[in-house]
Design a protein around this ligand. Structure first.
Ligand SMILES: [Zn+2]
Length: 135
């Protein structure tokens, strides 16, 4: 836990992002193939972020495998996107409008559909990368 921001944090993040890329959802444990649960634990201080990131643990339900990350969610709509980045229009907790640009691993079809409809959805962002659309 003490090396959350150290080298093992970065390594863990790569594992986590790889898992998302491979499986989409739900995530599968790379050690035993069991299902994994995402647990957000406590807020992390980050003054440059309009949102509140949480220390997050993704743990296997069957074995002892777990990785730690930093994650947060944004309720917003897709303003624009390309193969690497998405622009999300949303509101900060203080109520001001925010346009944020993030890397993403979402499918082109999903992004195209969301941009067309302008639908408000919740984006899960892990390590400043949009990994999933919730609901
Ligand atoms: Zn496992």
């Amino acid at each position: 836990m003490t090396d959350f921001y150290g080298t093992s944090y970065k390594k863990n993040m790569r594992i986590l992002i790889d898992m998302w890329k491979k499986t989409g959802e739900p995530m599968i444990c790379p050690q035993c193939g069991g299902s994994m649960t995402i647990v957000q634990i406590e807020p992390v201080q980050d003054i440059e972020n309009a949102y509140v990131p949480y220390r997050t643990v993704v743990e296997c339900n069957s074995c002892s495998f777990k990785v730690e990350a930093e994650s947060f969610t944004i309720l917003g709509s897709i303003k624009d996107f390309d193969a690497e980045h998405v622009e999300i229009g949303s509101w900060s907790p203080s109520g001001s409008r925010v346009l944020s640009k993030y890397k993403h691993i979402l499918s082109y079809d999903l992004l195209k559909e969301l941009k067309k409809t302008g639908e408000l959805v919740e984006f899960l962002i892990v390590d400043k990368q949009v990994v999933q659309v919730i609901g």
